[in-house]
Design a protein around this ligand. Structure first.
Ligand code: FCB
Length: 439
């Protein structure tokens, strides 16, 4: 594995988590979220597990931040729970929630860690979901109000902030594929959510600029789409997948437009006047984050637009069944820089793998994770050598945690969590990475 000294001076190494996946949502007066309702509905989540207890990070954050600092990291990427700060989504803030994030940020600073905040990592307050959630244009204003409240409290001490984690997941995965809360499978709902998630992003940026905050970015997930065979139809299907997944959000944020091949399917469903929102959506940013895990092989399918399907691929896979394909990250760094961000700093804000880790004799040997991280760090280092402005890399995740629809079974952590005792045990990948980061 490469060492810190192989990267430019000042390059940021971090670990990432999100609020609902680790905190323990039942503590501290947080309000109900659409993930709680989704998980309580049979068939949505493995074992109907939810984030009630998760890793109990709400009480154990000191120990967890020690693990970040002792692992040789410079930064910690975390998210703020809207429903913890505003249990009704709007209206009266929950003082305990605000105090909690205040303590959390101070605890990072005390350990010399740079706080990288994400405002929204998927747990929409249920009362707002009841009003249509991401389908309702008003969400942009509700989100801006939440932004002002939480950032009014912690914004002065953050190193950096981004409004929304992975707009594709918020919109498409959750409203078209039905795989995440609120579990809709509806082209109209999805199309509107695609637009409103970017509009809400823009309003939050405006709110944070208004508070005098700087170093603001956007975090997009990207999945490398390849045609399943040599046919023209498969190529076209992979292009459509790439448009919906990757190009739509970058085009909106950095190009003030939506790609024609995505509009082909969603335009009839977009809210009137969508074309007038780009000045807000594309408010200038200071950096762009890429979350990268895998590639997908795509084939054409029967039925209406986008008429495509995923095909099982031949490469080695992680516990998620995701193929390991570091070259995709190289492609995305290059394309994002060349076609969209054009010189803006880039961060790899998430990268990592799930593995069926088992604690044996007090240790977890996870050589595949170490190799995964080493291979992706190689790609990042080469991209920098070729001139790409990548400024940091965050591992997903610090801890084993609540992997959404897949419950607690999929283990992404550098640190193992026993979900009975809540004991933390750093895995061998943590120890190896620590050596690399301190050299
Ligand atoms: C990303 C999410 C994160 C986690 C990883 C595996 O899409 O941001 O919460 O689920 O995938």
């Amino acid at each position: 594995m490469l060492s810190r000294s192989d990267f430019p001076e000042g390059f940021t190494f971090g670990a990432a988590t999100s609020s609902y996946q680790i905190e323990g949502h039942k503590f501290g007066g947080a309000g109900p979220t659409h993930w709680d309702s989704f998980a309580a509905t049979p068939g949505n989540v493995i074992l109907a597990e939810n984030g009630d207890l998760a890793c109990d990070h709400y009480h154990r954050y000191g120990e967890d931040l020690d693990l970040v600092a002792n692992g040789g990291f410079d930064a910690y990427r975390f998210s703020t729970s809207w429903a913890r700060v505003l249990p009704e989504g709007r209206g009266t803030p929950n003082d305990k929630g605000l105090d909690y994030y205040d303590r959390l940020v101070d605890a990072m600073l005390e350990r010399g860690l740079k706080p990288f905040a994400t405002l929204y990592h998927w747990e929409l307050p249920q009362p707002l979901a009841d009003l249509g959630g991401w389908r309702n244009r008003d969400i942009a204003g509700w989100f801006a109000d939440f932004t002002e409240i939480i950032m009014g409290r912690i914004g002065d001490r953050l190193h950096s902030a981004a409004p929304i984690n992975e707009p594709w997941c918020v919109a498409w995965l959750s409203h078209f594929m039905g795989y995440h809360a609120p579990g809709l499978r509806d082209i109209r709902a999805a199309s509107r959510a695609m637009h409103h998630v970017l509009l809400a992003h823009g309003h939050a940026i405006e709110a944070m600029r208004g508070l005098g905050m700087s170093n603001l970015g956007a975090v997009c997930n990207m999945e490398y789409a390849m045609p399943a065979d040599d046919s023209e139809a498969a190529k076209a299907a992979a292009m459509r997948y790439d448009g919906i997944y990757n190009r739509f959000f970058l085009s909106g944020l950095f190009g003030k437009e939506y790609p024609a091949d995505v509009l082909e399917g969603i335009e009839p469903h977009l809210p009137a006047g969508w074309q007038d929102d780009f000045d807000t959506i594309a408010a200038p940013l200071d950096w762009c984050g890429i979350n990268y895990y895998t590639r997908k092989l795509i084939a054409p399918d029967d039925g209406p637009w986008p008429a495509l399907k995923e095909v099982d691929g031949p490469l080695p896979k992680t516990q998620m069944g995701w193929e390991i394909y570091p070259e995709g990250l190289a492609q995305f760094i290059e394309r994002t820089h060349r076609d969209y961000t054009k010189g803006l700093p880039l961060y790899i804000t998430e990268n990592g793998m799930a593995r069926a880790d088992v604690l044996e004799n007090g240790a977890i040997d996870d050589p595949e994770r170490t190799a995964f991280l080493a291979d992706h760090l190689d790609v990042v280092q080469k991209a920098i050598a070729d001139g790409a402005p990548v400024r940091g890399y965050f591992v997903w995740s610090l801890l084993d945690n609540y992997e959404w629809t897949l419950g607690y079974e999929k283990r992404f952590g550098l640190v193992h969590v026993d979900f009975e005792s809540l004991q933390r045990t750093p895995k061998n990948s943590y120890h190896t990475l620590k050596i690399a980061l301190t050299r």
